[in-house]
Write a protein that binds this ligand. Structure first.
Ligand SMILES: [Zn+2]
Length: 297
């Protein structure tokens, strides 16, 4: 397997498995075995097993609904209905996400953003007034009704019917089996002057003291949303498991790998930054990249 971002064939790999929750939700996985791969050249990390479109549909159908929650709690004891509900109504995370988008725009884009698209943006709640002053669109195949002022596009063929000043895609690329394919799709629907914005968690399981280490998560015990005994039971269970079983995040980006990712696919980076965002379950570092199509000289 070559690095999905830079093509490097010398990868560091660790044997692991698809998590019990994900295997159970998808049911017919060919094998639970997979490898977590790390590219030392561009620092991108990913699992070598890639979900098919059908498997992704099974995993994300009625995402964070009742069935999803109870099945996940069966294996991940801390994932209670209370935690699920909090995640579904996390106003802090939304406000923080908007704050960071506004910051990146303010620092880099001087003109009015008249027509904007949120690719994969559910109901379109991420929009703030200055993004899409004339038209706001959300592309989402789930068919959820959009919030007032935002128009839904559910047919990919309709994406090209508009000329966008700004296309954003938040917290999606860490989940995608084929991130290059989606980036190509985004490229197809924008123009030479479109600004693209991608937000992903800044994650790297291969650096020491990464966000997945137990010491980094110890303060979760202080969060009243979690049942601490369930959390502790889960930690002990995790210690018997292989390193980092594959869950919903299948791609782990850093500043370097994100920069390589967009630049290798015909774009140039305008700005790339890391910011701390608060969420109801604790804080997380997010990676934001603003980029445009590379002009042919
Ligand atoms: Zn690489």
């Amino acid at each position: 397997m070559n690095c999905l971002v830079c093509g490097n064939s010398h990868l560091k790999t660790v044997d692991t498995i698809v998590s019990e929750f994900v295997s159970d939700r998808i049911k017919k996985l060919p094998s639970p075995k997979t490898k977590l791969c790390f590219c030392e050249k561009c620092t991108f990390a990913f699992y070598d097993y890639r979900f098919t479109d059908e498997e992704s549909q099974l995993l994300y159908a009625d995402y964070r609904g009742t069935e999803y929650q109870s099945l996940r709690q069966k294996y991940e004891y801390w994932y209670s209905a209370k935690v699920n509900e909090a995640l579904n109504n996390d106003k802090t995370a939304l406000a923080e996400q908007q704050r960071v988008i506004q910051k990146v725009i303010k620092e880099n884009i001087q003109h009015e953003i008249k027509v904007a698209l949120d690719y994969g943006g559910n109901e379109g709640r991420t929009f703030v007034d200055e993004i899409g002053t004339e038209e706001k669109y959300v592309f989402d195949i789930s068919g959820v009704p959009t919030v007032p002022g935002v128009k839904n596009i559910s047919d990919p063929a309709e994406l090209k019917n508009h000329t966008y000043d700004f296309i954003m895609c938040n917290m999606l690329f860490e989940h995608l089996p084929d991130p290059v394919r989606t980036l190509d799709e985004l490229k197809e629907i924008g123009t030479d002057s479109t600004f693209y914005y991608i937000e992903v968690p800044s994650e790297n399981p291969f650096v020491k003291e990464n966000k997945f280490s137990i010491s980094k998560n110890i303060r979760l015990l202080l969060n009243p949303l979690y049942n601490k005994w369930k959390l502790i039971r889960y930690y002990f269970k995790q210690r018997r498991m292989p390193f980092m079983p594959m869950k919903e995040h299948v791609n782990f980006f850093t500043i370097q790998s994100m920069k390589t990712f967009v630049e290798n696919n015909g774009f140039k980076v305008v700005d790339i930054q890391e910011n701390l965002e608060n969420t109801i379950l604790g804080e997380q570092t997010v990676l934001s990249v603003l980029f445009q199509k590379k002009q042919a000289n």
